[in-house]
Design a protein around this ligand. Structure first.
Ligand SMILES: *Cc1c(COP(=O)(O)O)cnc(C)c1O
Length: 360
């Protein structure tokens, strides 16, 4: 005879959710400025108009925020040339990934994505009681899109394309994306995760908005956390055909995006020219870093985001420990490699020194 459990038990999939490992903060080193290069954050402080807009919104904290985030939707709609019906805002684009899996997957449905990719994916898939189908990246850190399309079965409901890919760095081209989408059945959702879009500098870059316009099964996700420097405020958005965007909004947490976050996001859009100049500066630092790494004998996969990937294998943990000694924190994935954010100028020199010590 089976007894009822003596304590409440969550659904089985909840017990299978992997833990999200957040990037560590830099440990203080006497006489040394420490740099946190472990979370792909923007090293710049907020632009002045953004702080003021956020402070003005703070004064309204006794009120619920605008539940429709209508001013934010209007600003995004005007900026992107997309109707409000085709937008969904949420507390970071991670929230949108949770929402879309919840909205489109029955328990056991399959979600295809590259691996290694963004570590929130397996967590969100398990939380939705769906099944992860991981397709190994190519040797050069690119998505293996033909293997991903071969991995689609009749149980597949969602495929995730992370471009640029976190943590390996490379992006897919528009031609590659178009050819891939052409192989995906029309009832399967294709997510194009463009968290690092602003940093892309390559031939034939993905145009997420154009892609959504021509495909009723594409959801583009974007965030204010990286280029826009609002990681602490949690704002992201999706662009998709109205029925898909509506499904994302239907499962969203009421009043999720705070009034302060909405105000800061709108002010950041207004300050876009300055923000994009900062992004340009980070992109040139990225090129400097790649050149410095090449000089000391390291070749990294083509970095199209604000980070570079070191394929270190068994030396990963040691690499992270030496980074700590040099006053920088990186994001290690034990046994695989480490992701290092492009940050402050002084931090670049330390990354190159670190790489020099691990040159093969
Ligand atoms: C950082 C990141 C996000 C965005 O996360 P937020 O929840 O918006 O802060 C989404 N996708 C990838 C691949 C990322 O690296």
């Amino acid at each position: 005879m089976s007894h009822p459990p003596s304590a409440p038990t969550p659904r089985r999939n909840v017990l299978e959710i992997p833990t999200y490992v957040a990037g560590k903060s830099a440990a203080p080193r006497p006489g040394l400025t420490s740099y946190k290069l472990s979370s792909n954050e923007n090293p710049y402080p907020p632009l002045p108009g953004v702080v003021e807009a956020a402070q003005a919104a703070v004064a309204q904290m006794n009120r619920y925020p605008d539940m429709g985030s209508s001013a934010l939707y209007d600003a995004l709609s005007a900026r992107l040339g997309v109707p409000v019906s085709d937008l969904a805002a949420a507390t970071g684009s991670v929230a949108l990934i949770y929402q879309l899996l919840q909205a489109f997957c029955e328990p056991g449905d399959e979600v295809v994505y590259a691996w290694r990719s963004f570590e929130a994916y397996p967590i969100a898939v398990a939380a939705a009681a769906a099944t992860s189908v991981r397709v190994p990246l190519r040797e050069d850190g690119h998505h293996d899109l033909s293997a991903m399309s071969a991995a689609i079965t009749e149980r597949t409901r969602v495929v995730l394309v992370c471009t640029p890919n976190n943590p390996s760095g490379p992006s897919v081209t528009q031609a590659e994306l178009d050819a891939f989408i052409a192989t995906v059945p029309a009832h399967v959702v294709v997510v194009v995760d463009e968290a690092y879009l602003e940093f892309v500098r390559m031939a034939d870059p993905v145009d997420g908005v154009a892609t959504y316009r021509t495909h009723s099964n594409v959801i583009v996700t974007r965030t204010f956390s990286k280029a826009y420097g609002l990681a602490g405020f949690r704002v992201g958005y999706a662009i998709a055909a109205a029925p898909l965007a509506g499904a994302l909004r239907a499962v969203s947490l009421p009043f999720g995006v705070s009034g302060v976050a909405q105000a800061a996001a709108i002010a950041s859009l207004d300050a876009e020219p300055e923000l994009l100049a900062r992004v340009d500066e980070l992109v040139s630092r990225r090129a400097e870093l790649v050149a410095g790494l090449t000089d000391v004998g390291w070749r990294v996969p083509d970095p199209q985001g604000n980070f570079v990937w070191f394929a270190l294998g068994e030396r990963t943990t040691e690499f992270a420990a030496v980074a700590d000694e040099l006053g920088i924190t990186v994001r290690p994935f034990a046994g695989e490699g480490a992701r290092v954010t492009v940050g402050e100028p002084e931090s670049l020199e330390r990354v190159i020194e670190l790489a020099r010590r691990f040159a093969r």
